[in-house]
Design a protein around this ligand. Structure first.
Ligand code: ARG
Length: 290
């Protein structure tokens, strides 16, 4: 019967139906995806664990927001100074990289509501005699990540003003800068306070003071929000802040032991697809366990 019926359908129509099916089906089947650009060198906001997962406060906030709205997330690790260009060219839909709200960035991208704030921490080696004043004016080589607000601050307030600085070294990633500090290629490295505190815990370095820049961290989407994702991000942030998820993620990443992340993520990361509240709760418990 069916075969007979099919035989009656002209061949052209069959081919057409087949073609349409293979063109249309994938776009129905695949959930919509948000491509997130980050610079994964910045604990506790974004880094890569030993199982190659993108982990951190930013990463999980974004995953929770996207998953709760039926989106998948793809994360691209891009050099920090290439993030804004990647957003402008449409290579990524959203930036989540502990990015400070600045006038220059807001001129070329749209910012979400603020979700965290921080100052800039001045790092030196553990055995260094430098204090914050001598660190920033005593003829030292000072490092920062390229394209960041700390790089701008050092350039504007030290280099341009003729303060006694030997050199300003700009790095693609924070990891490379911290390595140069530990290996005595530079004397001072500047990073936002939350990250500086995380680096201090895992390296023979210490914070000798902070520069009070009071920076507000935001996510950025393309100017004009052509994909219409900014309302979802802002509503998601508000909803998370009013739920237990916020405190749990704060506990996991700002109070918990970051060295436990690979273990904890291996245990509970898959919960992200099933129950975001349970994910955050278990992650916090695991990261804070003794
Ligand atoms: N808050 C600083 C800025 O926006 C530094 C951010 C660095 N982030 C990172 N993922 N490396 O310029």
């Amino acid at each position: 019967m069916i075969l007979k019926a099919i035989k009656k359908i002209p061949g052209v129509l069959l081919v057409l139906t087949f073609l349409l099916t293979i063109i249309i089906l994938p776009s129905w089947a695949a959930p919509e995806k948000i491509i997130v650009g980050t610079s994964a060198d910045w604990p506790p906001f974004e880094w890569v664990d030993s199982n190659n997962n993108f982990v951190g406060f930013d990463m999980d906030l974004l995953k929770v927001i996207a998953k709760s709205n039926g989106y998948d997330v793809e994360i691209l690790d891009i050099g920090f100074d290439s993030l804004i260009p990647a957003l402008q060219s449409g290579k990524v839909d959203l930036l989540a990289a502990g990015m400070t709200l600045t006038e220059e960035r807001a001129a070329v991208a749209d910012a979400s509501n603020t979700y965290w704030s921080g100052n800039q921490g001045v790092l030196v080696r553990e055995d260094s005699e430098l204090n914050i004043a001598t660190a920033l004016s005593g003829g030292n080589s000072i490092g920062a990540q390229r394209g960041t607000t700390q790089a701008d601050w050092l350039e504007d307030n030290l280099v341009q003003k003729g303060v006694n600085v030997k050199s300003l070294e700009l790095y693609e990633t924070n990891d490379l800068g911290i390595m140069d500090l530990v290996n005595k290629r530079i004397e001072v490295f500047v990073a936002d306070t939350p990250a500086a505190e995380a680096f201090e815990k895992t390296n023979p370095i210490k914070i000798v003071g902070t520069i009070n820049t009071e920076e507000q961290y935001v996510f950025y989407v393309q100017k004009g929000d052509p994909k219409g994702i900014l309302p979802m991000v802002n509503e998601g942030l508000t909803r998370i802040q009013m739920s237990s998820i916020w405190n749990n993620l704060v506990n996991a990443y700002f109070i918990g032991d970051l060295t436990k992340i690979s273990d904890c993520y291996a245990k509970f990361g898959s919960l992200l697809d099933e129950d975001v509240e349970a994910f955050a709760k278990n992650l916090a418990q695991c990261m804070m366990s003794q």
